[in-house]
Design a protein around this ligand. Structure first.
Ligand SMILES: [Zn+2]
Ligand SMILES: [Zn+2]
Length: 495
């Protein structure tokens, strides 16, 4: 995760600089962003700050007085986002940002096997950075993901669609009421970070370690991190969660998502706003900045960032699909400077398909996106996988063809054993099956998350909030199936 940014820590002025700034045509140029765009220090700062406000202004999603949680990992991009929010709040009333920011940092040291001492040092370093902003902040160890409630994987009903003009009305109202007096960014309270129990760290490591590939481990970590961020935002009353993905990061994410079978979720994964959680909207205001611009800005204006190791730090390029995609994009970008922007422009044209996931059962249990598995009848990677799975499950010619595991679980099961689906689809009477057989969790997942789970040695190490929600959904679909039988009989009677 950190490699993208690290790439640009080299000398600031690698390119040969034209003498003058293209903007003010007076001061001497200090930075070249793209070929031909040479800015002086002052104009670069103005350009950079303007871009942030323009991104928020264009999308009109964050209302005045709204509580916005900034997810800061310590990396250059999210730290730059933090400094832009600070900058925006210090502007004069006309240009001022009007939301109430808070910061959250997820300490993932346990996931990558750092010592307690190492983690404590990183947390201390970041605490100093956060304290200096005056914003309220939360330091949350990733271990807390193990204690999340099942509600985190449900899409909560969001605020009703805002009418056109609602944004302007809200701004006007805000300016009339207290806009001139300025917004205080909330009280900064110092709450000591919760103690991490060693047993929790072990459970977390066992969970991530159960993924047999780094690709699956990274996907799993992404999912867990996002759940914890959304839960933290929800429970602290923040309705927006700001993520620091740069355009370089999003270009990598776009390509790797396609490779991972997440094509249907691309608009959510890479767009400016992501409403899959309903009440908590994820926004990516840094998506117009390249990693290079961010590195220049951070260096010129002394924006502090703290290095934190990720799962793929110091691994070979081919260690995971995500890592390989990253090194591919970065290497291509070095020779073809429009690589990232070309990929990124594609993401701007993507739109999520709406309306398909109204019920909770239509959403993936892990990534909370609309299930893409129902659309798999036509030619797709998913249907191809299913066909080959089906073929490999076909036994002797005499044996009747049985539906594989991925079909609707309830229709294949003739009874409930011990309050759970017996899980025995495909071999004889299931009332004789053992109750301990695992439920077909995979039927609740999107195509890509199914691949992730397939790479895990055991589903049972998944956190309890995921397992119990899975159980609940499976039981519900079983119930729905039973009710459907009654309804059909009624219809037949009437006929
Ligand atoms: Zn200038
Ligand atoms: Zn999914």
């Amino acid at each position: 995760m950190c490699q993208v940014e690290e790439e640009y820590h080299g000398p600031l002025l690698r390119e040969e600089l034209p003498r003058q700034c293209v903007k003010c045509k007076e001061a001497s140029a200090a930075v070249v962003i793209r070929a031909g765009d040479a800015y002086c220090r002052g104009c670069f700062k103005e350009y950079f700050i303007h871009k942030f406000r323009a991104m928020l202004g264009k999308n009109r999603l964050i209302f005045p007085g709204e509580k916005v949680l900034l997810a800061v990992s310590g990396g250059p991009s999210s730290c730059s986002m933090l400094s832009q929010v600070q900058e925006g709040l210090s502007q004069n009333a006309h240009k001022k940002l009007r939301f109430l920011p808070g910061i959250v940092y997820i300490d993932e040291g346990g996931a990558v096997g750092q010592s307690v001492e190492h983690r404590r040092r990183t947390v201390e370093e970041l605490r100093a950075v956060f304290r200096a902003t005056g914003f309220p902040f939360l330091m949350v160890p990733l271990e807390q993901v193990l204690d999340l409630p099942s509600s985190v994987v449900l899409s909560a009903p969001g605020a009703p669609e805002q009418e056109a003009g609602a944004y302007k009305a809200a701004v006007d109202h805000f300016l009339l009421s207290n806009g001139s007096s300025g917004v205080t960014a909330g009280q900064q309270q110092e709450t000591p970070p919760p103690e991490v129990q060693e047993a929790h760290t072990h459970s977390l490591q066992r969970l991530l370690g159960s993924a047999r590939t780094l690709t699956a481990r990274e996907e799993l970590l992404n999912i867990l991190r996002q759940h914890l961020l959304v839960h933290t935002a929800r429970s602290a009353g923040y309705s927006k969660l700001m993520l620091g993905d740069s355009c370089t990061r999003l270009a990598v994410k776009l390509l790797s998502s396609i490779s991972l079978g997440r094509g249907a979720q691309l608009a959510h994964d890479t767009g400016f706003s992501d409403s899959r959680y309903g009440d908590t909207i994820l926004v990516r205001p840094m998506r117009d900045y390249s990693a290079k611009e961010i590195a220049y800005y951070n260096r010129m204006f002394s924006v502090p960032s703290v290095f934190t190791a990720g799962l793929d730090t110091k691994t070979a390029d081919k260690s995971s699909i995500q890592h390989l995609t990253e090194s591919f994009v970065i290497k291509l970008q070095a020779d073809f400077p429009s690589t990232v922007s070309t990929i990124y422009r594609t993401s701007e044209k993507l739109q999520s398909c709406k309306g398909s996931a109204s019920a909770e059962g239509d959403r993936c249990l892990l990534c909370v996106c609309a299930l893409d598995t129902a659309a798999g009848e036509n030619a797709s990677a998913f249907s191809a996988t299913l066909i080959s799975e089906q073929l490999s499950q076909t036994k002797s010619p005499g044996e009747s063809r049985q539906a594989p595991e991925w079909t609707a679980p309830a229709s294949q099961c003739c009874s409930i054993v011990g309050g759970e689906l017996c899980g025995n689809r495909g071999g004889g009477c299931c009332s004789s099956a053992k109750a301990s057989e695992s439920p077909p969790l995979r039927s609740l997942l999107c195509y890509s998350c199914q691949l992730t789970i397939k790479d895990m040695s055991s589903e049972e190490v998944l956190p309890q909030y995921i397992l119990s929600e899975a159980e609940r959904r499976l039981r519900r679909s079983q119930l729905r199936e039973e009710i459907r039988d009654f309804l059909l009989e009624d219809e037949a009677d009437e006929g």
